[in-house]
Write a protein that binds this ligand. Sequence first.
Ligand SMILES: [Fe+2]
Length: 194
Amino acid sequence: MAVFGKTIDVIRETAHALMKVLEQHHQDEVALRRGISTSLEPLLARPDLLDWGVSRLDSHSGGSKILYYDPGVRITINRFPPSLDMAAHDHATWEALSLYRGRFKHTAYERVDDGSKLGYAKLNIIEDRVLEPGEFAMIYPPKDIHSFHGLTEDTWAVFVASGVPSPERKYFNTVDNTYIQRLKEDPKALAPKH
Ligand SMILES: [Fe+2]
């Protein structure tokens, strides 16, 4: 894709395009996936994206910056070195990402137990992929659980979500079928391994 104009203009245009997609397709998973993925393409084509944004503290990643935020849509860019193995976690909403640099292993799950036993959760893998730059993944309720890690030191992904992030998440251990519920800011939140 040819790169024209200024990156700040592309960030603003991407946010507006995403808001339009969300307004039109927020209840249509297939259209939402397609719309968000397409809307992110001009942003991913910017070679200087890492020079933009402000640091974000409430993040699991090894470096996260907010490129755009309002109550309707937020766009962040996040670094995931291989040393950061992100355990399976839920969102209670959708989350989309496109890879900007590096290689990225992304696994999406559905919960298949009935939720009646506190601390117990059985997950099935519904998607397990290695993403290359420009490739897209998304989780959407009720299948809103994923785990991931970067496969190269210089792995960066652009994330898109809507609204205020939930401060509390479930973190799953997919080996012994357990979960804990923790505040996202809690450093121990990263503890469960899978
Ligand atoms: Fe997530």
